[in-house]
Design a binder for this molecule. Structure first.
Ligand SMILES: O=C(CO)[C@H](O)[C@H](O)COP(=O)(O)O
Length: 225
């Protein structure tokens, strides 16, 4: 199976957890796109859903598909959020933010009763960190944060797009760092979040309830132990 076929398979399995009248968080990225399309079909078939998007791109696609979108402050709690990931390990720890939507994705995950991650099988790793960890920072502080992270040995690289700094939906910058040699991810997360100007990191350490992986022979559904 191609990675994209696995993504779609996982997405189609995940939408089975969506029930009528639920508030649903919609993730961002190429795996989430399959899920949003499937949610669009549920809505077209008559399901009454209220959805909260994790990015402007997701909001645009959802609206095109006729999905009812509300802002986070219009609801109390999200019933289920379905999102992708760049990497996950057996402890259900994730790296997210390859698509740049980590801040809103993390806010959605934190405000959700049941978080489902959908992924192709290449996202499963023994140890997080082959994928660089995205850190969202405000533009005002970017130069100084880059210098600090360099002294910490985290090999920071500012994300660029077409020769200009990449800007998130919140108009911030992203610095990608190398965490492969980091053992204590919780300590790293705390250290990063203490830096003035760091808005959020793409480490999702304890929000995920279920991971669905697309695989030859059918989706694998992993429950958090
Ligand atoms: O965190 C994300 C976006 O911020 C995505 O979930 C992550 O990058 C995975 O993307 P894809 O489904 O395209 O592989």
């Amino acid at each position: 199976m191609t990675a994209d076929q696995e993504k779609k398979q996982a997405a189609l399995e995940a939408v089975k957890y969506i029930k009528d009248t639920m508030v649903v968080g919609l993730g961002t990225g190429s795996t989430a796109k399959h899920m949003i399309e499937a949610v669009g079909k549920l809505v077209a078939d008559g399901m009454n859903l209220t959805c909260v998007p994790s990015s402007e791109a997701t909001e645009k696609l959802a609206k095109e598909l006729g999905i009812k979108i509300v802002a986070l402050d219009a609801i109390d709690k999200i019933d289920v959020t379905i999102d992708g990931a760049d990497e996950f390990d057996e402890k259900f720890q994730l790296i997210k933010g390859g698509g740049g939507a980590l801040l809103r994705e993390k806010i959605l995950a934190w405000n959700t009763k049941f978080n489902i991650i959908i992924a192709d099988s290449r996202k499963e790793v023994q140890k997080l960190g082959a994928f660089k960890l995205p850190v969202e920072v405000i533009p005002f502080a970017t130069k100084q944060i880059l210098a600090y992270l360099e002294t910490e040995g985290l090999q920071p690289v500012q994300r660029m797009r077409g020769g200009d700094p990449y800007r998130t939906d919140e108009n911030n910058n992203i610095i990608d760092i190398d965490i492969f040699r980091t053992e204590d991810l919780q300590a790293l997360e705390s250290k990063l979040l203490k830096i003035p100007g760091v808005v959020e990191t793409g480490l999702f350490l304890d929000t995920t309830s279920l991971i669905i992986v697309g695989k030859e022979g059918g989706p694998e559904v992993k429950e958090r132990r």
